[in-house]
Design a protein around this ligand. Structure first.
Ligand SMILES: NC(=O)c1ccc[n+]([C@@H]2O[C@H](COP(=O)([O-])OP(=O)(O)OC[C@H]3O[C@@H](n4cnc5c(N)ncnc54)[C@H](O)[C@@H]3O)[C@@H](O)[C@H]2O)c1
Length: 336
């Protein structure tokens, strides 16, 4: 395989054009080779913008093209599992945006196809690879035998009209986006999750949204660590969207919107501050590491187990909100 990977983009919407494509253009390990969208106009425009060799609305054309090494699946959530399985069966490596699938059965089918065809699979849980999260994990490494408590918040208006709130197309906010945060909590704690509890419901217009859009989720881990995240679809755009706080062994780490970081109690210092020029949620690192995994035939970042772990937690969140009860989780629920 050539060292410059030929990418087939499947889905050329806002996120592909705003995030993945600019990152790919800057990374010499990749070239954008072909683009697909069911909306041919968007595909055509994307091909013009990227210099791709061709555009099409026929995913099978791209998947049967021997030139394509890796596909980036950035479609609506209803097609992620089916496209991942097709891509794996066509022998293509895969970066699939979150979520892995809309049900545990879909995740299992993806895992089986990826393993059968021996291709690399990465799901788009970039936050666990964000540089400030990496710094936090390195700082906390020497306290790994101590339990952690994490408080995370993600708040922003997420309009009723967005397809994420459609159970059939998006799976709802917890499945469609919350999985990101459930993965982040798992990555910071670095222990198996054992229980998921959530309370919340529909905070947007209930005539338009039919699946819980907001809530507070608590995940308990095997060592007794606890991570909680507040996910609000009815928040305020003028207030910072995200924050992460970790407390452990007399130390504290605070990350504000992946641009500002303060940590307390490390290296004999009361407080250390760090600030980046812009938000970095780990997308570029993830894409770069996937290239290395493909080129060197090593383990892909955010692979099958992590992909399914947070997806299964997200289904349990909806179940817990419905029943008002915690749900137990074990490794056999997400390691297929
Ligand atoms: N990792 C992150 O930080 C992050 C942030 C935002 C969005 N996302 C993810 O990116 C993905 C796309 O989100 P978006 O905001 O760009 O949505 P979008 O609606 O702007 O774009 C989706 C595109 O996919 C196309 N499409 C749908 N089904 C298709 C199919 N079967 N084959 C080919 N094309 C198809 C649509 O025509 C549309 O152009 C979602 O999975 C979303 O969760 C990830």
């Amino acid at each position: 395989m050539s060292k410059c990977l030929s990418v087939g983009m499947i889905g050329c919407g806002g996120f592909a054009r705003g995030m993945h494509i600019p990152i790919l253009k800057k990374n010499p390990k990749y070239r954008i080779y072909a683009v697909v969208d069911i909306n041919e106009e968007i595909a055509k425009q994307t091909a013009e913008d990227t210099g791709a060799a061709y555009f099409t609305n026929d995913v099978d054309k791209l998947l049967s093209d021997k030139e394509v090494d890796v596909v980036f699946i950035t479609t609506t959530h209803d097609s992620h599992a089916e496209l991942s399985i097709k891509a794996a069966n066509a022998g293509k490596h895969i970066l699939c945006e979150k979520p892995m699938g809309l049900s545990r059965e879909q995740c299992k089918a993806v895992a089986e196809a990826v393993k059968k065809n021996n291709v690399k699979y990465t799901v788009g849980y970039n936050r666990g690879m964000a540089p400030m999260i990496t710094i936090a994990r390195d700082l906390l490494e020497s306290s790994s035998e101590y339990k952690k408590m994490i408080y995370h918040r993600i708040q922003a208006p997420f309009p009723e009209s967005h397809w994420t709130h459609s159970p059939e197309i998006g799976g709802g906010r917890f499945v469609g986006e919350g999985c990101h945060i459930f993965d982040l909590l798992c990555e910071i704690v670095n222990q198996p999750p054992v229980s998921v509890y959530a309370s919340g419901g529909i905070y947007l217009n209930p005539d338009l949204v039919k699946i819980p859009d907001s809530g507070i989720v608590t995940i308990t881990f095997a060592d007794g660590s606890v991570g909680t995240t507040l996910i609000s679809s009815a928040g305020c755009p003028d207030f910072p969207k995200e924050a992460t706080e970790v407390y452990c062994n007399g130390k504290a780490v605070y990350i504000n919107d992946f641009t500002k970081m303060e940590y307390y109690g490390f290296g004999g210092r009361k407080k250390t501050s760090l600030e980046f020029d812009s938000v970095d949620k780990g997308h570029a690192v993830e894409i770069d590491q996937l290239a290395d995994a493909i080129i060197n035939d090593t383990e892909s970042p955010n692979g099958l187990v992590k992909a399914a772990r947070a997806a299964v937690i997200s289904y349990m969140v909806n179940e817990s909100i419905k029943t008002g009860m915690p749900v137990s989780i074990k490794e056999s629920d997400y390691i297929f």
